[in-house]
Design a binder for this molecule. Sequence first.
Ligand SMILES: O=P(O)(O)OC[C@H]1O[C@H](O)[C@H](O)[C@@H](O)[C@@H]1O
Length: 287
Amino acid sequence: MTILDKRASLAGPGSSGTVTPFGAQVMSWAPDGEAPVLWMSPRAVLDGSVPVRGGIPVCLPWFGTGPGGAMRPSHGFARTTRWRMLDAEDAPESPGLASRSFRLDHAPVGEDVSAGLFPHRFHALLRVSVTDELVLSLTVVNDDDHAVRIEEALHTYFAVGDVKDVTIDGLEGSDYLDAVRDDGRRRTQVGELALVGPTDRIYRSAAALVLHDPRRRRAITIDKDSSASTIVWNPWAEGAAELSDLGPHDWQDFVCVEVGNVRDDAVSLSPGEEHTLILILHVDPMA
Ligand SMILES: O=P(O)(O)OC[C@H]1O[C@H](O)[C@H](O)[C@@H](O)[C@@H]1O
């Protein structure tokens, strides 16, 4: 059995997709008549043993190796944990389910922080809904008796005609950390972003973005709320060679544009406090 056997279909007025409780991960989505908007690696491992390379992984409660650089697994345990699918909220007469919600409960186990455990009690809710847009809403609630700092990201893999041809608008003037140069320096984005080599940047930006894909003749609007970080990633040929779930040419077919709150913009939650991050995707033909 693979995690695909458990996936749920979503059908809204104008678009459809699928989502699996494993990581509460959106696996596919496209407006009616459109080519897939989300990329899924042909070599993605779907047996639940490792994260799925594609769709929209949920990074939580840390990003990468976390603020101190020592946390494992990469991007937190939420994307390799099975979330509980909540009962459907749609009206019984609706033709198909247009939304699904998932819940993750976390209580600390043991005291061994060095082993990558997260010694804080919280729960998270992810609601995925489709109209002619795809809307993800990730709520994290601090159930502990002390303040908790959480990193989070919705790590969307966008299917593109050729990553070398796309441009990303909306980051102009924003500061970023460049993990490829790895020198801790803050740089400032000048003009739109075009990818010309391995790219791994954390931007401090709350702005909406537009991903222009001239080969597919479409523009994807990436709108967000309560997100102070945008991450852009593509490993290029050299980085892809180190990833067993990417074929040698697959890197050209996607770009990750991730919305969230990471590093200096991690979310601090007081006891009982909650925070909701929102992502909205919309596709238009390119003018
Ligand atoms: O291979 P993964 O753990 O899924 O991470 C894939 C990528 O995710 C993000 O974009 C990070 O900024 C990158 O540093 C990382 O390489």
